[in-house]
Ligand binder design. Structure first.
Ligand code: FAD
Length: 435
């Protein structure tokens, strides 16, 4: 029997160290650095690079990665616990080397890149010397892959990519993009597309604009609307086999989804801590908000939802470590992904409500955290698609009832029980009759 809810004492010390770093260093950095991902920003580098060094010295840098990629191989469960500590911060994941989308893109490169591509991009990416972008969604279609029309066509020693992509996050900071393009338009649904590495300085890449999302204060956003105008890349920049773009995508999406969920656990916890502080600080009539029963139910509901979600995330991380196969945990990851925006919406919504007008103002972080609900409900697949995936996996093992009524039909169950115990029931009847 091995089933436990305790963190091993050595790693607990690491988590406490990480928490100190968050409170004393990373939270102040967040007040100044706008884009922790922008490796070209000198202010960002002056503040974040020294912290990354501290994390490396503590041997927590990219700690989920195995030694072959320069990490200690702690796996997903330990990463989940670490991400709980980092989840409410902007810079934390970058300081610890586990930020999206770079960590997922590194996984793709490690699995499918040539030695030359790994040398050129993987090492500097893992060291956060460069940033990367994942460019899949198109303006006319995100959820439905058959709507993708960006083409990659072979031409001599090259692939030539033409089309448009939408919401390619961090393109403006990135050294390379991982681009999905249709290579085989007549193939069956999931074998039409292939995945490519496109260096950011390749002629023909046109960033039409950098779209911003609400909840963030900057005027220019980080989600690029890109046109690929006959972008020519070498033949060996394909990742995986031709037509396997969706299989390659799964290499990063499984990890990416659960990593967002791990950070969301931290965000939810921080929102609850803010609710607790507010409840005991703000007076209302003769007492504080904490004395009001309706406020108590808000706190209790938030904590219950937080605990349920946290356990689902931790168990899923544990399963990923155990099975080492994302396909076996596809329903778990989709369940986590579908639950995430709901829990975040409920808790941040209540936290804003308890803070009143201050809560909704830009002077507290709660509005930005609440806007993350919609980020979490869309990025890496819309909630509804994940709900469909959970149901699909569960229904696979479902069998129809053998007869007209469900297996649990009480009339049939009673008849079966009476038949099973007929002898014993008859002897009881005899005994009662004899009395
Ligand atoms: C903050 C953020 C960052 C992102 N970063 C990236 C990135 O770096 N790279 C990238 O390629 N993409 C990125 N995306 C895009 C993201 O992957 C898409 O938004 C997502 O796949 C949904 O596609 P869509 O926006 O085109 O919505 P649509 O596909 O138009 O869907 C709209 C809505 O319709 C409903 N819907 C759609 N299909 C179904 C269905 N089959 N059943 C039931 N309901 C359905 C859902 O409610 C869905 O939300 C990002 C998105 C956000 C918000």
């Amino acid at each position: 029997m091995t089933w436990g809810f305790e963190t091993d004492p050595e790693y607990q010390k690491d988590l406490e160290w990480a928490n100190e770093l968050v409170r004393n260093e990373i939270e102040p950095v967040d007040q100044i650095v706008e884009h922790a991902w922008d490796v070209n920003d000198p202010i960002r580098n002056a503040l974040i690079r020294p912290l990354q060094e501290k994390v490396r010295e503590r041997e927590l840098w990219a700690c989920h990665l195995g030694p072959e990629l320069g990490g200690p191989g702690y796996g997903q469960l330990k990463l989940a616990l670490l991400n709980e500590v980092l989840g409410h911060t902007h810079s934390g994941p970058v300081v610890f080397g586990n930020q999206a989308p770079d960590s997922g893109n590194a996984e793709i490169l490690a699995h499918y890149g040539t030695d030359e591509l790994k040398e050129r991009y993987l090492k500097p990416l893992i060291e956060n010397e460069i940033a990367s972008c994942y460019s899949m969604t198109e303006p006319q279609g995100g959820s439905d892959p058959t709507a993708f029309v960006t083409r990659a066509v072979e031409d001599g020693d090259s692939w030539v990519i033409s089309g448009q992509k939408w919401f390619s996050s961090h393109a403006r900071f990135s050294a390379f993009f991982i681009v999905m393009a249709v290579t085989d338009p007549d193939a069956e649904r999931h074998r039409r597309a292939s995945m490519f590495v496109v260096p950011a300085d390749t002629p023909g890449i046109e960033i039409v604009r950098n779209v911003a999302v609400y909840g963030h204060e900057e005027a220019e956003g980080t989600h690029a609307y890109i046109k690929y105008n006959d972008v020519r890349i070498p033949k060996d920049h394909i990742l995986g086999n031709r037509g396997e773009g969706f299989a390659v995508a799964q290499t990063r999406l499984g990890g990416g989804r659960i990593h967002h969920a791990m950070r969301t656990v931290g965000l939810v916890r921080e929102s609850i801590d803010m609710m607790l502080e507010r409840a005991v600080s703000r007076t209302s009539g003769s007492g504080t908000l904490a004395d009001r029963q309706l406020v108590k139910t808000m706190i209790a509901d938030s904590w219950i939802e937080y605990q349920q979600f946290r356990l689902l995330v931790l168990q899923t991380a544990w399963k990923i470590d155990k099975y080492q196969d994302y396909r076996r945990v596809i329903a778990d990851i989709s369940a986590v992904k579908a639950a995430m925006p709901k829990v975040l919406a409920g808790v941040t919504g209540r936290a804003i409500q308890l803070h009143g007008s201050l809560g909704i103002s830009t002077e507290l972080p709660l509005g930005t955290w609440s806007a993350e609900v919609h980020h979490m409900a869309l990025a890496d697949g819309a909630t509804e698609l994940h709900q469909l995936q959970v149901a699909k996996q569960l229904l696979k093992d479902a069998t129809p009832a053998p007869g007209l009524f469900p297996t649990r039909h009480k009339i049939a169950l009673k008849e079966a029980a009476e038949a099973k115990f007929a002898d014993r029931l008859a002897s009881v009847d005899d005994m009662v009759g004899a009395e």
